[in-house]
Write a new protein. Sequence first.
Length: 83
Amino acid sequence: NFLLSFPTGALNFSVLELVRKRLGAFVAERPNLEQRVQSFGFVLDFVSSSVSTITCSVVATPQMMITDNIMVGNYQNLPQAVK
């Protein structure tokens, strides 16, 4: 289970940090936004998390299909499932 969940977690955190960094740079370049960042900072966090979650679903959905099929007994192990 760890083997299958590791790529999703790694992708989630890397995309989350990348989007946060880019949004932070975007806001820093615009003085009118930088002055009001306290009032809409939660929106930046929400957007970062949303983009990260959507991106992770590209990896997580096939991964969960493999895990579910192994748990049900359609495949005996991971190498057999990804054949």
